[in-house]
Design a protein around this ligand. Structure first.
Ligand code: ATR
Length: 274
């Protein structure tokens, strides 16, 4: 059996092993897919050990998506634009990198939630690996404008530089958030909500009658931002569970050349979260 794994920190509660096992059963494939915990300092060695033991594919989650990008010998064009990788495929003794987060998010928002992204003014909060992964796909989906704010402004600038669309994708300072106007799409791509004490204090001026608020996190990590979105009266509030399942399906397609059905495992995970 070929070996697969997801690398991250923390990783114990990752649903990826369960999702891929479910896809594998649906498609009649026996998979060995496990979760491997690695700190930033351990990541490269852990990945090498995995490859030495027959690892042929890996998912990469926080905080390693940019490190994974840097170690790839070849990359898909969407991964190159994102500067982040969530899917590795072994080719000989090298890694080929892809990012499926962005297409996963867009598919969840358009197909599952029936949202039309075209023409939406979009605020992206955060500029880490998750933000980088979704930004190109949002631009490709036809959003009107992408405004990125991040606690560390240099990281937001780097993200925007990588997009190469200075007319449509711009950065603003966090301190100026009250002056940004309103948005039809607001995406939390920070990991701030993973801290239990987290609270989102965003101005109501960001919200209009159309606003969809999306947290790329799910479960407890999504509570703080979605609570703000509810109190702000956002029209739609979406967490990252659908994106999680859709990015997994797209990774599965890259590895096994078959696109699995996602609805059954999505419904199962949604029921567990409730
Ligand atoms: P991921 O892969 O989930 O994006 P990451 O690359 O570590 O993980 O990025 C985390 C993101 O959350 C960054 O945008 C980070 O902001 P900085 O670039 O300033 O570090 C953001 N973040 C984390 N904790 C935060 C907090 N308490 N407040 C605001 N932003 C936070």
């Amino acid at each position: 059996t070929d070996r697969y794994a997801v690398f991250g920190q923390p990783i114990a509660h990752s649903q990826s092993p369960h999702i891929h096992a479910t896809f594998g059963r649906q498609e009649g494939l026996a998979l060995d897919y496990r979760a491997i915990e690695a700190s930033p300092g351990e990541f490269l060695a852990a990945l090498e050990a995995f490859a030495a033991e027959g690892g042929v594919g890996a998912n990469i989650t926080a905080p390693h998506k940019e490190a994974a990008f840097a170690l790839c010998t070849t990359l898909t064009s969407r991964a190159r634009r994102a500067g982040a990788v969530n899917t590795l495929l072994r080719k000989g003794d090298r890694w080929h990198g892809d990012t499926t987060d962005g297409i996963g998010l867009v598919r969840d928002l358009t197909d599952r939630h029936g949202l039309d992204l075209r023409g939406r003014r979009t605020l992206l909060i955060g500029a880490g690996g998750s933000a980088r992964s979704v930004a190109p796909a949002l631009l490709d989906a036809g959003i009107l404008e992408l405004v990125v704010v991040n606690r560390t402004p240099e990281r937001a600038d780097a993200l925007i530089d990588a997009m190469g669309e200075p007319g449509r994708a711009i950065t603003r300072y966090w301190e100026d958030i009250r002056e940004l106007g309103d948005f039809e799409l607001i995406i939390n791509a920070t990991s701030a909500g993973r801290d239990r004490a987290a609270e989102f204090k965003l101005p109501l001026s960001l919200v209009n009658s159309m606003t969809t608020a999306v947290d790329l996190n799910y479960g407890e990590a999504a509570i703080a931002f979605t609570a703000w979105a509810r109190s702000a009266g956002c029209r739609n509030i979406v967490d990252g569970l659908g994106m999680l399942v859709e990015q997994a399906a797209e990774s599965f397609l890259q590895w096994h050349a078959v696109r699995p059905q996602t609805e059954a495992v999505y419904t199962e995970l949604r029921t567990q979260l409730a």
